[in-house]
Design a protein around this ligand. Structure first.
Ligand code: MG
Length: 205
């Protein structure tokens, strides 16, 4: 990728392939001209860094929404549990400290506005039109549907809806992101742009 990062990105915990990161950066670079961008599911900030750097170039803002208590798959005993992100005092996952550290390391504190709460709470009285929404939160069907229903309607015409972890074949991964991707396609509200690895990109008509 041509983008120069002020950090060794491999040192940031997270799940984002290089081609997806590149596509996410480019999409954010365009859509942050239309309004603030919102990421759902920031975890330790890997995708936040790519989106944030793009927003920063346009003097934009990236809302980074995550309750930082981990999705189902991050909980103790689950497949993607990371003991380093477990706060034993609270007996809860806590990725916020690690997130803040990474955002500070790349000088994005003036661009990224963390929303440390659930998608429901953040959406309840939200009325700001968004240039882009990136859905990468919980991967249960309930969580993915909720994120789609809460946020897709706030995207301005010409803005972008991005969805991570789309696996058209069920053997390759969970189907919830693919389900909301299909919903968005069927809604008639979005024009399909591209599927880069597992990252689906659509433009609001
Ligand atoms: Mg993901």
């Amino acid at each position: 990728m041509s983008l120069e990062l002020p950090i060794d990105i491999d040192s940031v915990k997270g799940f984002l392939a290089e081609d997806e990161a590149d596509a996410l950066y480019k999409a954010t670079k365009q859509s942050s001209l239309l309004g603030p961008c919102l990421e759902i599911g920031s975890y330790c900030g890997k995708s936040t860094i790519y989106m944030g750097l793009a927003c920063k170039e346009n003097n934009g803002v990236l809302f980074a929404l995550d309750h930082h208590r981990g999705s189902e798959e991050h909980q103790k005993g689950e497949m993607f549990h990371d003991p380093e992100l477990f706060d034993s005092n609270e007996a809860l996952m806590d990725s916020f400290k690690e997130f803040r550290r990474n955002i500070r390391a790349v000088n994005l504190e003036g661009t990224v506005a963390p929303l440390v709460c659930s998608s429901d709470v953040a959406a309840r009285q939200w009325s700001t039109p968004l240039g882009m929404v990136f859905i990468d939160g919980g991967h249960s069907l309930d969580a993915a549907l909720n994120d789609y229903r809460c946020w897709a309607s706030h995207i301005v015409p010409g803005g972008i809806l991005a969805i991570h972890d789309i696996f058209p074949n069920a053997e390759d991964g969970g189907q919830a992101p693919h389900e909301i991707y299909k919903l968005a396609k069927a809604s008639g509200l979005f024009e399909q742009l591209s599927l880069v690895n597992t990252l689906g990109l659509m433009r609001r008509i």
